[in-house]
Design a protein around this ligand. Structure first.
Ligand code: HEM
Length: 405
């Protein structure tokens, strides 16, 4: 009887992993289409023109919304929470096929909010409440968009959702450094300023971004982990360089606001989305993807190549936006997209090589990392200051992955 139950449980786990992999692949598809529509807007003609307006929704809701809600569902470990990534990805598919999908995305963000509230109830903290607040901002932004506002008018809500989610996760991890009590008050002031900025004006939101950058620059664990080796250092470099872009976005928003169109707007938006958010994805990819899809993605030094390309090409794009010749922008944007594609290629190749090495071993394929329900943070895992390698790591609140030295 016990072996039957065990094999049923193994089958269920394998089916769950396959399903998560499928959802992740769909998110990857929205990322590709989002990049193609962005490049089309800059003249590259890679996607049908009628899809151009979907650039922001595909990337924020289709790609990031799906990935974040999948991670939250795994963290919570309850079946209903998987409805969130399912709804956001189906919503994105409907949008692409020309049907109204925005209300499905609203429903997906509502389920994500419920999942974050459940996680907050399980382990109440400033970090978990900030994360739930971030999801509420996402939900409100999506409601505005579904009721007819163009993506360009809700973009600050989307950006704030991502900034709050990531900052909350870093706040949680900063506890390992035992920051002074006033640092929490400072964090809360920034969060309140950001909420005010969303209601009142973008310059206040810019000040909040600046405040959060200062907070992260002062208290983030990455300053310590950057002195470690391998994956730990790579993640820290992604984080610290990402904070630079968040600070720049804050500076641009607080001094010039967010105009309705033009290069200033492009620079401010993509400093957040490409410089900050994508750098976080680059850093956490080798931990999140194994946790969600049950694949091993060992660290390799080549991971620095896409990161460097991302930062350099974004620097050219922002410089072209703010001071340089605008003709450089399409080329720089191509570099942005190439960096993201190179990052995806690194993840896939590293997983394939690890799997091939494991199947070559006499004991056969390496076991999938066991999923572990119910820790707290979205992009989180423990950055241990000076890890022994290889080391077992706590990944985004949902699983363990092992790091190669
Ligand atoms: C190759 C990379 C990218 C290119 C070429 C690109 C291009 C563009 C362009 C031309 C705009 C219009 C700016 C304006 O209103 O003046 C835009 C807006 C926007 N982008 Fe990107 N983008 C890229 C990457 C990203 C990424 C990775 C994200 C999110 C993670 C993102 C999210 C947005 C959002 C939310 C908007 C505003 C909403 C909208 O107008 O659709 N972009 N992008």
């Amino acid at each position: 009887m016990i072996p039957v139950i065990a094999s049923l449980a193994a089958l269920r786990q394998a089916a769950g992993v396959r399903l998560r992999l499928l959802v992740m692949l769909s998110a990857g598809l929205w990322l590709l289409l989002g990049l193609a529509t962005g490049l089309t807007r800059l003249g590259w003609g890679l996607a049908p023109a009628e899809l151009s307006a979907l650039h922001g929704p595909l990337l924020v809701a289709g790609f990031l919304g799906t990935l974040i809600s999948l991670e939250r569902a795994v963290a919570l470990g309850q079946g209903w929470a998987y409805l969130a990534p399912f709804l956001t990805t189906v919503g994105a598919a409907l949008l692409v096929s020309g049907r109204p999908g925005s209300w499905l995305i609203v429903a997906g963000s509502l389920v994500l909010l419920a999942a974050n509230l459940a996680l907050h109830r399980r382990q109440p903290s400033i970090s978990s409440s900030t994360m739930a607040l971030g999801t509420l901002v996402f939900l409100l932004g999506n409601l505005l968009w579904a009721s007819g506002r163009p993506p360009g008018q809700v973009v600050l809500w989307w950006a704030s959702f991502l900034v709050l989610t990531i900052a909350a996760e870093r706040l949680e991890l900063s506890r390992l450094r035992v920051p002074p009590a006033w640092s929490r008050v400072a964090f809360l002031v920034c969060v309140i300023l950001l909420l005010l900025g969303l209601w009142l004006q973008s310059a206040l939101a810019g000040l909040a971004f600046l405040g959060l950058t200062a907070w992260l620059g002062r208290f983030d664990l990455a300053w310590r982990t950057v002195r470690a080796r391998g994956l730990t250092r790579y993640i820290a470099v992604c984080l610290l360089t990402g904070y630079f872009w968040l600070g720049l976005a804050g500076l641009l928003l607080s001094t010039g606001g967010l105009p309705v169109a033009g290069p200033w707007r492009d620079a401010a938006l993509h400093a957040v989305f490409l410089g900050f958010v994508m750098a976080m994805i680059f850093g956490h990819g080798p931990l999140i993807f194994p946790a969600l899809a049950g694949l091993r993605i060992p660290y390799r030094p080549v991971f620095y190549a896409p990161l460097t390309l991302l930062h350099l090409s974004l620097a050219v794009r922002v410089w072209a936006d703010l001071a340089g010749p605008l003709e450089l922008r399409p080329m720089a944007a191509l570099g942005n997209a190439a960096a993201i594609l190179a990052f995806q290629a690194c993840m896939v190749l590293s997983a394939l090589l690890a799997s091939r090495a494991a199947t070559g071993r006499p004991e056969g394929r390496a076991p999938l990392p066991p999923t572990q329900p119910a820790a707290q943070t979205a992009f989180a895992r423990l950055d241990r200051p000076d890890p022994p390698a290889p080391e077992a790591r706590q990944t985004p609140g949902c699983a363990r992955a092992t790091e190669d030295p």
